[in-house]
Design a protein around this ligand. Sequence first.
Ligand code: GDP
Length: 296
Amino acid sequence: MVLAQLGGSISRALQQMSNATIIDEKVLNECLNEITRALLQSDVQFKLVRDMQTNIKKIVNLDDLAAGHNKRKIIQQAVFNELCKMLDPGKPSFIPKKGKTSVVMFVGLQGSGKTTTCTKYAYHYQKKGWKPALVCADTFRAGAFDQLKQNATKAKIPFYGSYMESDPVKIAEEGVERFKKENCDLIIVDTSGRHKQEAALFEEMRQVSEATKPDLVIFVMDSSIGQAAFDQAQAFKQSVAVGAVIVTKMDGHAKGGGALSAVAATKSPVIFIGTGEHMDEFEVFDVKPFVSRLLG
Ligand code: GDP
């Protein structure tokens, strides 16, 4: 199964290797370099690719390869497993419980898809009979409240926000308080983004988090941000306790290799992916198809 999942350039590299009569370290290195190139093109961070190479060299036994028939399979399996491992931070994210109030705060740069994803997340749980609610604590982007209001209304999800109040901390606090009183079991706080990582943004995130005491902070990243993913995720993690990652716009051209960086930087798992602009274009993250796509 794994063999069929591996994509074009990787398959070619392995084909070349299996055509070689002698499988020595040089041939294995060439093959791994080819795989490296493919992963870099998929936006996997260089350091992570290098670590993967080192691990694979440790796992793959050259004597086994030289012995013959299974060499492609051995390497394919090793690459595939290594990438799956890199997407597993070793501990699951906080899992909200139906009927028990959880506060979930979303963070991410402007344009990452945060507001859209907040509604998708709420809708996902609403369909399963939960009582979600949305709080718009984004007072930075003009139109953010209108956007959330529109999405929430469409999905018939209660929402809270203000056109007048400019203090996001106050709005977040009031909104969470209100929905706790209304016994909502999933209170989702959408926050401001900026076009770039700025001290003011991170200070604001720290304050909103302090005021709302979220059970889970989700970092939302655009799959096309490429090599910037590590620094971006790390910057958020340094100001708030990021506990999960959602990768958006997986319906586009980007392979989403930045997700590996986000997992490494936040030590948190990817929990969902966004696959379109619509509310139901949202999937529970599944590591194997994701890795296959990375390698394609
Ligand atoms: P925010 O600034 O982070 O709140 O980002 P928005 O939620 O406003 O999203 C920015 C743009 O990305 C909007 O045009 C969304 O429709 C779009 N978007 C969000 N998620 C996805 C996705 O998974 N796929 C696609 N194709 N577009 C998305």
